[in-house]
Ligand binder design. Structure first.
Ligand SMILES: C[S@@+](CC[C@H](N)C(=O)[O-])C[C@H]1O[C@@H](n2cnc3c(N)ncnc32)[C@H](O)[C@@H]1O
Length: 358
C-alpha cells in the first residue's frame, strides 16, 4: 500500500525545508532543482526532457490533465463491483449485532466516489457515518453518491493534514504548509464499528516537491492510526493493500493478526491481474497492547515523515522494524496461508491473459 522510505543521506535538513528556509529571501522553489541530490531520478530525467522536447512537456501536461479527469463513471462502477464481491465473500459491510449499542457508526477515510460507503449504508440502514475525502481541487475524486446528510457527514479534507487527530497540537510555523493543517475532526470518545481505509494518493495530487517522497507512506500511517484509534471493541476494518509481499504490507498484516481476525481478499471480477487486495480485519481488540503500540508507532512515523529529516525517518523506521529473517521465522508460515487465495486469483488472471495474448 505504501511506497518504501528512501535512503538516508547523512545529516540532511528536513526534506521539506526548502531553499527559502535556508536562504530566507529566495522563495520556495515550486519545481525540483537539478542539483538537489534528494530529488528522485525520474524527476531529474523529466525535468531534463521537458527542456529538450516541447512534445514531452505537452505530454506531461496532458498526463496530469488526464489523471484529473478519469473516466468517473467507469471507476465508480468498478468500485461497486469490488464492494459487492467483498460483501458476498465476507459480509464485511454488514455490522454484526452490537447488543443494542446504537447508533452503529461507520468511518471512511477516503470516501469518493463513495461505492463502499453506499454499500455499507444499505447494509446498515440505521448507521451514522463520518467520511473524509480529498477535495477535488487538490486532486481528489468527486463524490458520486447521494447519501442522507442526516446520517452521513462528508468532510472534504486531506487526511494527511489531520495533525491534531494524529497527536500534533503545535505545528512548526516554518513548515511550508503550516497554515494548511486541519483542526481536530474527531473527538477522542468518537468510536466506530466499521472503518474503511481505502484512501490512495492520486497521481495528480502531489505537485509540491517537498511532499512527493512520503505522501503515500504518510497517508497509510494517517488513515490507519486514526481508524484504529477510534475503533470500538469487536469492530471491523477494510484496508487496501497494494501488494501483500511488500514489507509495509507484511508489517501491517502481522500487527493486525495480533489483535484481530485477518483475511486477505482479492476480487476476481476486476483488477484481478493486479497485485492489490484488501485486508479485512474483524473482531478488532483496540485496547490490546499491540493495537495501542501500533497506533502510537504509526502516529510517530507520520509525525517524523511530516516534520523531520529523512535521516530521522529512516532511523525511526529501522528502529521499529524487526529483521526480515525474524519476521519470516515468526510470521512467514501465516503470511503464506493468508496470501494464498489472493495470489491464486492473480496467477489465474495472469495465466489467462498470457494465453490470450500469446
Ligand atoms: C480508491 S479511491 C476510494 C474509493 C472508495 N472506497 C469507493 O468505494 O468509492 C481513493 C480515494 O482516496 C482519496 N484520497 C486520496 N488522497 C487522500 C487524502 N490525502 N485525504 C483524503 N482522501 C484522499 C481520493 O480522492 C479517492 O477518493
Amino acid at each position: 500500500m505504501a511506497s518504501s522510505p528512501g535512503q538516508g543521506e547523512g545529516n540532511d535538513p528536513p526534506y521539506w525545508l526548502s531553499q527559502a528556509a535556508r536562504e530566507p529571501n529566495v522563495g520556495i522553489p515550486s519545481v525540483p532543482v537539478l542539483h538537489d541530490k534528494r530529488v528522485s531520478r525520474i524527476d531529474k530525467i523529466s525535468h531534463y526532457l521537458s527542456g529538450q522536447s516541447s512534445i514531452f512537456q505537452t505530454l506531461m501536461d496532458l498526463r496530469v490533465e488526464g489523471s484529473q479527469h478519469p473516466d468517473k463513471e467507469r471507476f465508480f462502477n468498478t468500485m461497486k463491483i469490488i464492494g459487492r464481491e467483498i460483501q458476498s465473500a465476507t459480509s464485511f459491510f454488514s455490522i454484526p449485532p452490537h447488543n443494542g449499542r446504537l447508533p452503529l457508526r461507520i468511518l471512511d477515510m477516503g470516501m469518493a466516489p463513495g461505492a463502499f460507503l453506499q454499500l455499507a449504508m444499505e447494509e446498515n440502514p440505521d448507521a451514522m457515518a463520518h467520511a473524509f475525502s480529498l477535495p477535488v481541487e487538490n486532486g481528489g475524486l468527486e463524490v458520486q453518491v447521494a447519501l442522507d446528510s442526516n446520517a452521513v457527514t462528508i468532510e472534504l479534507v486531506d487526511v494527511n493534514m489531520l495533525a491534531v487527530d494524529l497527536g500534533v497540537d503545535v505545528i512548526p510555523q516554518y513548515h511550508p504548509d503550516a497554515n494548511k493543517f486541519s483542526p481536530r475532526k474527531l473527538y477522542p470518545h468518537d468510536t466506530f464499528h466499521l472503518a474503511i481505509c481505502d484512501a490512495q494518493v492520486p497521481s495528480s495530487n502531489v505537485q509540491d516537491a517537498y511532499r512527493k517522497r512520503y505522501e503515500q507512506t504518510r497517508l497509510m500511517y494517517a488513515q490507519l492510526a486514526i481508524a484504529l484509534d477510534h475503533m470500538g471493541v469487536g469492530g471491523s476494518m477494510l484496508v487496501f493493500i497494494h501488494k501483500i509481499e511488500a514489507w509495509d504490507s507484511i508489517m501491517l498484516i502481522r500487527s493486525f493478526c495480533m489483535f484481530s481476525d485477518v483475511k486477505l481478499f482479492k476480487p476476481t471480477k476486476v483488477h484481478a491481474k493486479r497485485s492489490s487486495c484488501y485486508m479485512i480485519a474483524t473482531n478488532i481488540q483496540p485496547k490490546h497492547e499491540e493495537a495501542i503500540k501500533s497506533v502510537n508507532s504509526w502516529k510517530q512515523l507520520w509525525r517524523t515523515a511530516t516534520f523531520d529529516t529523512e535521516t530521522m525517518f529512516n532511523s525511526l523506521f529501522e528502529s521499529q522494524n524487526p529483521s526480515v529473517p525474524d519476521v519470516l521465522e515468526d510470521f512467514g508460515p501465516m503470511l503464506a496461508i493468508l496470501g494464498n487465495e489472493a495470489w491464486e486469483v492473480q496467477a489465474n488472471a495472469l495465466e489467462s491473459w498470457l494465453e490470450e495474448i500469446c
